[in-house]
Design a protein around this ligand. Structure first.
Ligand SMILES: NC(=O)CCC(=O)C(=O)O
Length: 258
C-alpha cells in the first residue's frame, strides 16, 4: 500500500490562532494541489508555545472543525499536529486524528512533558497511547519530546504501528539530537517515521525545521531545510515487512531479559 504524505512545516505565529489557521489553510491547499493522502501538522500549531495565555487561547473544538472541513473537502486524512485542549482546569497538548470522512478517530495527549520549555508548569500529561487505524492499517502519533523515550515508541510498534507520526516544535540548538533520534527510532523499530517540525522562531527559541520522512531501513527519503515549506514523499508500507524479513529483530528479541 502506497501513501503520499505531506508535512506542513509551518512558521507558527506566537499566540495568534487566526493567523495560524490562515497559514494552515494556505498550506493544506498547496499540498493538495500536488496530490496527497495524509497531511501532518506540527505541535501546538494554533498558538505556538504561548503557554501563559493558553487558558484564553485553547480551543481544540475550533481546530477540529477546521480540520474536519479540510479533510472532507480535500479527501485527505489529517494528523492534526497538536493543539491546546482544555478540560476543566486542565490543559493537555493533544493531537487530533481525522479520517477523510471528517471523523475524529483518535485524540492523543502528549505523555512526556518537556520541562526545559516549561510544559510541566502549564500542561497535564495524557494517559492514552497514540495508536489508531486508517485504511485497515495501524499507525501511531506521538509529540516531540516523546521521541526521547524508546520504550514508548516500541510499545506502539509492538502493538502494530507501521508508521510513526511525530509532531514537534524542536529547537534548532538540538537539531543533531532530532535527526539522530528519529533515524534511530526508524532503524530500531523497522517502521516509517514521518516527523513534522515547525520553522521560524518565538520569543524563546529558534526552531529547527528539518521535517523528515524516514523509511524502515533508516534511509532519510525526504528532509526539509530551515524555512516554511511542505515536505512531500510517497511511502510504501510493504517495505516494513521486507525489512523485518531481512533482519528479523521482532523474532530475535528476548523480552524475558529486558
Ligand atoms: N516541544 C518539545 O517537546 C521539545 C523537545 C526538545 O526540544 C527536546 O530536546 O527533547
Amino acid at each position: 500500500m502506497k501513501l503520499n504524505i505531506s508535512c506542513l512545516q509551518m512558521d507558527i505565529t506566537f499566540g495568534d490562532p487566526q493567523a495560524n489557521f490562515e497559514t494552515a489553510n494556505r498550506m493544506i491547499m498547496d499540498a493538495c494541489l500536488s496530490g496527497t493522502d495524509i497531511i501532518v501538522l506540527p505541535e501546538l500549531w494554533t498558538t505556538g508555545y504561548d503557554l501563559q495565555n493558553l487558558p484564553q487561547l485553547a480551543n481544540i473544538q475550533e481546530a477540529i472543525s477546521f480540520l474536519q472541513e479540510a479533510a472532507v473537502k480535500n479527501d485527505i486524512h489529517i494528523i492534526g499536529g497538536s493543539v491546546a485542549n482544555q478540560n476543566g482546569q486542565d490543559i493537555y497538548n493533544s493531537m487530533p486524528i481525522l479520517a477523510k470522512d471528517g471523523q475524529l478517530i483518535h485524540t492523543y495527549s502528549k505523555l512526556h512533558l518537556f520541562k526545559l520549555m516549561d510544559e510541566h508548569l502549564y500542561l497535564k500529561d495524557g494517559h492514552d497511547t497514540g495508536l489508531f487505524s486508517l485504511e485497515d492499517r495501524t499507525f501511531a502519533g506521538v509529540i516531540c519530546y516523546d521521541i526521547r523515550f524508546p520504550e514508548w515508541i516500541r510499545r506502539h510498534v509492538l502493538e502494530g504501528a507501521e508508521v510513526l507520526f511525530v509532531s514537534a516544535e524542536w529547537p534548532l540548538k538540538r537539531l543533531d539530537h532530532w535527526r539522530a533520534l528519529l533515524i534511530a527510532r526508524a532503524i530500531e523499530n523497522q517502521c516509517f517515521i514521518v516527523a513534522c517540525n515547525r520553522s521560524g522562531s518565538d520569543p524563546n527559541n529558534q526552531f529547527a525545521g528539518h521535517s523528515m520522512i524516514i523509511d524502515p531501513w533508516g534511509h532519510v527519503i525526504a528532509e526539509a531545510d530551515l524555512g516554511e515549506q511542505i515536505l512531500q514523499a510517497e511511502i510504501d508500507l510493504d517495505q516494513v515487512q521486507q525489512v523485518r524479513k531481512t533482519i528479523p529483530i521482532f523474532l530475535d528479541r528476548k523480552p524475558d531479559f529486558y
